[in-house]
Structure formats: structure tokens, C-alpha cells
Write a protein that binds this ligand. Structure first.
Ligand code: SAM
Length: 219
């Protein structure tokens, strides 16, 4: 999602009480930022933030970080949050997921969500897919051993690519379905903005959960 540039978006983000302006400063001690030791779940490419805001409201004992790379889109999430009750367990940041290992320490995150990530269908853009080996290597660094990544998409080609790229990178695909909403995993599913749109058009939603068990040495 890339919205038209919104004049003043950067200034509003800089003033927002919900955006971490210098996230690198918290690498390795996000528990200080949240004020507790609860598990950390990250959504990469949160768009307008419906999914992560609903999760944060439902699960006060989990700490959430929503990451979005475009100011115009992050601003929509900030505006949406204004109408909600205060969520002390949710921070936003405007960053490219490429640099996540500069923001989170080794094994600091418990779960990563990727929802309706941009498909980048051309081969020459494969590195930009959020399930490419390049991004998986970043997630591997910041996820704790036994941590998981959850991925939903309507894009069958991207899903099939991911079903290959993820095991190739040494991860285990723990479950997958090509039609989430008509599967046993439908119960408790929280819809994203894109998911609501695509499923209303009758498109099946694919989902997988993958884990990286390997123990890592500290940095
Ligand atoms: N997750 C939302 C949903 O399901 O409704 C939005 C989906 S939208 C297609 C994908 C979002 O991911 C866009 O807002 C885009 O800016 C963001 N994005 C793509 N690549 C990213 C990256 N490398 N780092 C952070 N955000 C990214």
C-alpha cells in the first residue's frame, strides 16, 4: 500500500505519542520501553493497523510493535488509533523491515506477523518480498528460538513461493492452508483491512505458520 503523499504527515508522526522515533535506542531492552517482560509480537507492513490494534486490545499481556515503511500509511494508523481506548502495549514505528536487526536484539521477539505483504511478482524484485531469504535471515536474528512467523495473503503465487523459500531457509512450516476462512484455523482469526476487502470479493485467503528452532549464540 502506498498512499499519495500527505503534506504534514512527517510532522504529525514526529509528534505522535504512539510512535517510537528512535527505535534503535531500545535494541535489546524493549522491556524497558514497555515497562514489563511480556512477549513481543511484531507486525511488519501493518498498513492502517486494524489487525494489530485489535490484537493489542484483546491481549493486554502481550507487547505489540507495528511497523510500516510509508508515512502516509502510518498516519492513517495513527488517526485510527485516536478513536480507540488507550493501548499501553502497542508501539508504532516508521521503518523498513530490512533494518529490524538494528532495532531488536538477538532473540528479542516472540512472533512476527506478515499480512498481505506486497507480492513483487517480477523475478528481479524477489528480494523485496517479505518472505525472501534476505528478510528471513533478518527475522531469524530477532526471533527467539521456538518463535514463530505467521503469514496471510490472498496472492497464491507469493504463497507458493513462500512455501518453498521458508523451508529452504531452514524454517519449519508448522501449518498451511489455501483457504483459511473455510478451515479449522478460521476460529479466532482477526481480519486485516486487505483481508476484509479480498474475502468480500470471494478470494480465498492463504495462511501459514513457520518456526525457526535453531539455537543461536548471543551477538
Ligand atoms: N497488513 C495490512 C493489511 O493486511 O491490511 C496492509 C497490507 S499492504 C498490501 C502491505 C503494507 O506493507 C504496505 O502498507 C507497505 O507499505 C508495507 N511494507 C511493505 N514492505 C515493507 C517493509 N520492507 N517494511 C515495512 N513495511 C513494509
Amino acid at each position: 500500500m502506498r498512499l499519495r503523499h500527505i503534506p504534514g504527515a512527517e510532522e504529525q508522526i514526529a509528534e505522535s505519542p504512539w510512535v517510537v522515533q528512535t527505535p534503535q535506542a531500545y535494541k535489546g531492552h524493549w522491556s524497558d520501553k514497555f515497562g514489563n517482560e511480556n512477549p513481543i509480537h511484531i507486525e511488519i507492513g501493518m498498513g492502517k493497523g486494524k489487525f494489530i490494534m485489535e490484537l493489542a486490545a484483546l491481549n493486554p499481556d502481550i507487547n505489540y510493535v507495528g511497523i510500516e515503511m510509508y508515512s502516509s500509511v502510518l498516519l492513517k494508523a495513527i488517526q485510527k488509533r485516536e478513536g480507540m481506548r488507550e493501548l499501553s502495549n502497542l508501539w508504532f514505528m516508521r521503518e523498513d523491515a530490512r533494518i529490524l536487526a538494528d532495532i531488536f536484539g538477538t532473540g528479542e521477539a516472540d512472533r512476527i506477523y506478515l499480512n498481505f505483504s506486497d507480492p513483487w511478482p517480477k523475478d528481479r524484485h524477489a528480494k523485496r518480498r517479505l518472505t525472501s531469504p534476505q528478510f528471513l535471515a533478518v527475522y531469524e536474528k530477532i526471533l527467539k528460538s521456538g518463535g514463530v512467523m505467521e503469514f496471510k495473503t490472498d496472492n497464491r503465487d507469493l504463497f507458493e513461493y513462500s512455501l518453498e523459500s521458508i523451508p529452504k531457509a531452514g524454517w519449519t512450516v508448522k501449518m498451511h492452508t489455501f483457504d483459511l476462512h473455510h478451515s479449522p484455523w478460521a476460529e479466532g482469526n482477526i481480519m486485516t483491512e486487505y483481508e476484509t476487502k479480498f474475502s468480500s470479493e470471494g478470494k480465498p485467503i492463504c495462511k501459514l505458520i513457520a518456526g525457526r528452532e535453531k539455537k543461536r549464540t548471543a551477538e
